[in-house]
Design a protein around this ligand. Structure first.
Ligand code: ZN
Ligand code: ZN
Ligand code: FE
Length: 764
């Protein structure tokens, strides 16, 4: 067999995931000589071998790569013959413009978990155990290349034992940058809310667990920030947390030790199990079982509970099962209402001291704050609700290379997006931009991603809404840097996001059912119940919900009762005295509202689908005022009767969806004492059927049969599954989000796609 020298280049997420030791061991197994090194955008290998062995090696790279690696492509080429005398891992070569995808934070792996509880192991019960396949990444990286001095582990000098492991290519901690042990690494301690040190190390865990068992509230420093924790079975503790955090009803996330413990509280499918135990380890929403031993106030009026597994050794030690200790903890973001999750010790102490009875602290600094991700399971596949820890900053792969674009994202549930080559980097969930803390955090994060991924935007995309702070930021950047800028209609961004995420080409025409809360329309009204047809370059409005007034703007959003009466008013339907929303308002409030509607004072028009859900929820007495976003819609969905098949009528007035027949029928149902679960189900059924009828109409008039679904309303699982199913039955194959949330978490990505394609066209 003739020996040849081959150069192999592997593209994708192959750095910081144990790829080089994998190659090294593969080379040893095949008695190969040559070298491997990290390079721009991947890993380079050179070996001298025969054709047959080369094929075997490439095959094994493809099929046996480390669990966290994501290989985009492998190319091999013959180069000038070289003879090597060993196989080596050699230093990486980087140009200033090179970039390397960075691994997200990874949940503790099973091997580390085993060592954690092995009394013979030198890291027995050490809360910061990690390896090449697991542990903190994005949250501790200050700059690239990903190397210990550029992480928040820089201050911890490795002990000789750790260094041996770190330098041994056959060790599973070879170049694991956060490697540490009880001798040389970070430690935990417990302090009271005045900053007084109460206990250290093992004793700190023991006391913290005791405090939780006693119904106390703790701030716990974790991976990407602080959590607020308490015993989820202790109603008094949960209520106290709600009061102190000023969060009356929004559901809390939960954590329990293992799958068995979680299964005590929710119905867990195989898909949910798989997602919970994945390296990303997100919060997974699952149907709540009845008669469970948890405080109702953990998630009032919800059909689902959101659980996650302990994804770090620290959390495992905290939740270890023992009689008398909580088997499920509330683990909610350690922040004040809607502010960014806190991640710096001093700020956390100052802000959280009034809320908590103690702090479980550690001294590994968190460089980047990052929230827990949230997923639902829809039709047996993961469906994102919030994309952060474990996912960001993994890019979305594109089918073609794009120019470097900055898309600044929307106002609520903000993320931003940067593109380069065939990658779109969508930031971790940033949050609600209407508070100063979030906005200043946002501006830092944009620069941070630009630096990490070596991106210099050539154009900027932003929301058409003139008052979004992200819009102001985009305009400022564009004028300071002389960049072309593109204002993108909110629901056009939704449509582009779901189509490109699904690999469609930019010019393919689709029909988007964009059912959403709020988005600025080019006609000055507030859009949100839109059927758009078009592609990444342009869209037109095929149909939309007939617009109704939003009396008092935000006031109507906070009070579904006002929205319900506005909807009735817009359709010339009477406000009967015994209607729930009429009952919910005072005599004066009703007069003011009527006056406001009749004179059109501060009552912008909206075609929002989110507001229609609010109206129906209020009409049938489900909820008259809300304390968190989409509360009325979530409760309306939660109580729907899954066996009810009835539905209501509606009609098309040119391009306006007229729901008067449905409203009339709902009022009649209310009169006949039909129950809320039945009416809610009929309402959901109506929307699913409406979606089908509209899809047929688009197809008939425009020969477009590709339907895409985006917008926050599609977080409604009942509506989504009904719509999907009925469309499939009629030969439509709608595309839904699977990588990004259907809510505004996808908007930045859509903005980036529209901006990129318009920019390229303008340059032609
Ligand atoms: Zn591990
Ligand atoms: Zn050590
Ligand atoms: Fe939206």
């Amino acid at each position: 067999m003739s020996l040849q020298t081959y150069h192999i280049h592997i593209n994708g997420i192959v750095q910081g995931v144990g790829f080089r030791p994998f190659i090294y061991n593969l080379a040893l197994a095949h008695h190969l000589k040559g070298w491997v090194r990290n390079s721009a955008n991947g890993v380079d290998i050179e070996i001298t071998t025969d054709q047959n062995t080369l094929e075997k090696v490439v095959n094994q790279i493809q099929n046996a790569a480390p669990p966290l690696a994501q290989i985009d492509s492998i190319t091999t080429e013959k180069i000038n013959h070289q003879s090597f005398d060993a196989f080596n891992i050699v230093e990486s070569k980087n140009k200033a413009s090179d970039f390397i995808p960075i691994s997200p934070d990874v949940a503790i792996c099973s091997q580390c978990q085993q060592e954690l509880f092995d009394p013979q192991d030198r890291r027995f019960r050490y809360p910061f155990i990690n390896c090449t396949n697991c542990g903190p990444r994005f949250s501790i990286i200050k700059d690239i290349p990903y190397d210990r001095p550029l992480t928040t582990m820089a201050g911890f000098e490795m002990c000789p034992d750790c260094r041996l492991e770190y330098e041994d290519p056959t060790d599973r901690r070879f170049h694991a940058q956060p490697v540490a042990c009880p001798v040389c690494g970070p430690q935990v301690w417990l302090e009271d809310s005045a900053g007084q040190n109460l206990a250290e190390k093992e004793e700190a865990f023991r006391k913290a667990r005791q405090m939780l068992a006693d119904g106390k509230i703790l701030a716990i420093k974790g991976l990407g920030g602080f959590h607020l924790a308490c015993d989820a079975a202790n109603a008094e503790a949960v209520d106290t947390l709600r009061q102190r955090k000023n969060r009356p009803a929004k559901p809390f996330a939960l954590m329990a030790y293992d799958l068995d413990s979680i299964a005590n509280f929710v119905q867990m499918t195989a898909a949910a199990e798989k997602l919970l135990t994945s390296p990303q380890a997100p919060i997974v929403l699952m149907p709540k079982k009845s008669n469970i031993l948890l405080a109702d106030s953990v998630a009032p009026s919800q059909a689902n509970l959101g659980f996650m597994l302990p994804y770090t050794p620290l959390h495992l030690l905290l939740l270890e099962p023992e009689p008398g200790y909580p088997s499920a903890l509330v683990m909610t973001s350690g922040n004040l209402s809607e502010e960014p999750v806190l991640h710096e010790d001093q700020a956390a102490r100052e802000k959280l001291a009034p809320i908590v009875d103690g702090f479980l602290m550690h001294d590994r600094p968190i460089h980047r704050r990052i929230d827990d991700s949230v997923y639902a399971i829809v039709m047996d596949e993961p469906y994102p609700v919030r994309r952060a820890r474990g996912y960001a900053p993994n890019p979305i792969r594109l089918t073609e290379a794009l120019p470097q674009i900055l898309a600044v994202g929307p106002q609520m549930k903000n993320t931003f997006c940067l593109t380069r080559d065939k990658y779109a980097f969508i930031s971790h969930h940033i949050g609600e931009m209407d508070n100063w803390e979030t906005f200043s955090d946002y501006k830092k994060a944009v620069r941070d991603y630009e630096d990490l991924f070596r991106i210099h935007p050539q154009a900027v995309g932003y929301d058409l809404h003139p008052d979004y702070v992200s819009t102001a930021y985009a305009l400022e950047r564009a004028s300071a840097e002389g960049l072309p800028r593109y204002a993108i209609q909110h629901h056009h961004a939704h449509l582009a996001a779901v189509m490109i995420e699904n690999g469609l080409s930019s010019a393919q025409n689709v029909a988007g059912l964009i059912f959403d809360g709020t988005g600025y329309g080019p006609d000055g009204t507030i859009w949100g119940g839109e059927v758009l047809i078009g592609n990444c370059y342009q869209v037109s409005r095929f149909a939309h919900l007939k617009a109704v007034p939003l009396p008092g703007g935000d006031a109507a959003i906070r009070k579904p009762s006002r929205m319900a009466l506005s909807t009735l008013w817009a359709y010339d339907l009477p406000w009967e005295d015994d209607l729930a929303p009429v009952q919910a308002l005072t005599e004066t409030e009703l007069l003011v509202l009527k006056n406001q509607l009749e004179k059109g004072i501060n009552a912008p028009l909206t075609s929002s689908m989110g507001r229609l859900f609010d109206s129906i929820a209020a009409l049938i007495g489900v909820r008259q005022s809300i304390s968190y976003e989409a509360q009325a819609a979530i409760e309306l969905e939660a109580l729907a009767d899954k066996n009810e098949l009835g539905y209501y009528a509606w009609q098309m007035d040119s391009d306006r969806i007229n729901i008067k027949p449905m409203l009339t029928a709902i009022l009649a149902d209310i009169k006949h004492h039909e129950t809320a679960p039945v009416i809610s189900a009929r309402f959901h059924n109506t929307l699913a059927l409406m979606s089908l009828e509209i899809a047929k109409a688009v197809n008939q008039q425009h020969q477009i049969d590709q339907i895409v679904l985006s917008g926050g309303v599609w977080q409604n699982q009942l509506l989504l599954e009904k719509t999907y199913q009925i469309m499939e039955e009629h030969g439509f194959h709608p595309l839904i989000h699977r990588q990004l949330p259907p809510n505004d978490g996808c908007v930045a990505f859509g903005q980036a796609m529209v901006t990129a394609y318009r920019y390229m066209k303008d340059k032609e």
